[in-house]
Design a protein around this ligand. Structure first.
Ligand code: ASP
Length: 357
């Protein structure tokens, strides 16, 4: 009798143990996240912890991961060094390398999310480019830092920790490409670099931040705007370079011949960082008309940091052959235009793209 009771008790204990092993095993199943490093201040180093001088792109990805406590509790991580530059030197070549690598990685079942470490100077452009050409709804998250790794209160390690948390979270799927810094999650569509050096540089002044990430705790509040990733018609499959698109900055008494010079240098498209509502002086407007008559695409954006360039404002786009960038600042308008010009498109077709994306 006693032996039978013991046997039953042992069976029960074994069952409990087995169940806890299974549950424990499930808890241990971490998402797989790949970190693609490109440089920037987050990988920067300087001689003094309190001095402002430093050089971007000095630290390699393995050392950056090792500098973040508990980051491997969030995901199975592996890093790849795609480049190691200050993002003022970001290039179309690196954009294409990044896009192709991300599309290859996310096509498999063994990668759940991507983090890209990147300088902040051109991060919004890279994020927006990838937003248009990545063919997956899995999370793709860019991050960086304003203080180099050697600085007092360097914020790079926490930004990287939070970026991995966002990339590892199933909540982050379907929002397009994201930018995570300073505890905030921004969409590639809405985010802008707003301040030269403080840590709160990335903001989405029109759309607001998408969500927050506090020590790895991810929350989303809003939706994203504009077509992106799996809904985007743009593709860089097999593309080796993008058409040249230049930006000209408008100001009082601007020199109109800058547009003529860009055309002569081989620009296929020109974005005007116009004054106010995408305006420019009479001479520049005539130069823009000369360019569009030659088949060069000319897009009117604004040097004003926020707001939409109206379709029907002071300039009649049909008369000058120009296109409104809508809510896109000059640098993001340039990204759309470079991709759009991979195909022949009419003025109306180009305008439609700026409205939809
Ligand atoms: N110049 C740096 C870069 O963009 C600035 C930064 O990362 O914050 O790489």
């Amino acid at each position: 009798m006693r032996t039978r009771q013991n046997h039953r008790r042992n069976l029960l204990i074994s069952l409990l143990l087995l169940t806890s092993v299974v549950i424990f095993g499930q808890e241990k199943q971490l998402p797989n996240v790949v970190i693609l490093a490109t440089g920037g201040t987050i990988a920067g180093a300087g001689a003094s912890a309190t001095g402002s001088a430093y050089t971007s792109g000095q630290v390699k990805i393995e050392a950056m991961i090792d500098a973040v406590p508990n980051i491997r509790n969030l995901a199975n991580l592996r890093g790849e060094q795609i480049a190691n530059v200050g993002s003022q030197d970001m290039s179309v070549k690196v954009w294409l390398d990044l896009a192709n690598r991300i599309n290859a990685l996310l096509a498999g079942n063994d990668v759940d999310g991507i983090v890209i470490t990147h300088g902040t100077d051109t991060q919004e452009e890279t994020a927006f480019f990838l937003n248009l050409v990545v063919k997956s709804d899995k999370p793709v998250v860019l991050t960086g830092s304003m203080r180099p790794s050697t600085a007092l209160s360097a914020e790079g390690p926490l930004n990287l920790y939070n970026a991995v948390a966002v990339a590892a979270s199933s909540k982050s799927k379907g929002y397009g490409v994201l930018v995570v810094m300073n505890d905030e999650i921004h969409s590639a569509h809405g985010v802008k670099k707003m301040i030269t050096t403080p840590v709160q540089t990335f903001q989405s002044p029109e759309e607001g931040m998408l969500g927050s990430v506090i020590f790895g705790d991810v929350e989303f509040f809003h939706r994203t705007y504009g077509l992106n990733t799996v809904n985007s018609e743009f593709s860089v499959d097999g593309v080796k370079e993008l058409p040249r698109v230049d930006i000209v900055y408008a100001c009082a008494d601007a020199s109109p011949d800058l547009i003529d010079l860009m055309v002569k240098a081989g620009a296929k498209g020109i974005v005007i960082a116009g004054v106010g509502d995408g305006n420019m002086n009479a001479g520049t407007l005539e130069a823009a008309k000369r360019a569009t008559k030659m088949g060069i695409a000319v897009v009117r954006a604004s040097r004003v940091p926020t707001g939409t360039v109206l379709l029907k404002g002071e300039i009649n786009d049909e008369e000058y052959g120009t296109v409104s960038s809508m809510e896109h600042n000059p640098q993001k308008a340039r990204v759309i235009l470079m991709l759009a010009l991979l195909k022949n498109r009419s003025r109306e077709e180009l305008q439609k793209l700026f409205i939809e994306y």
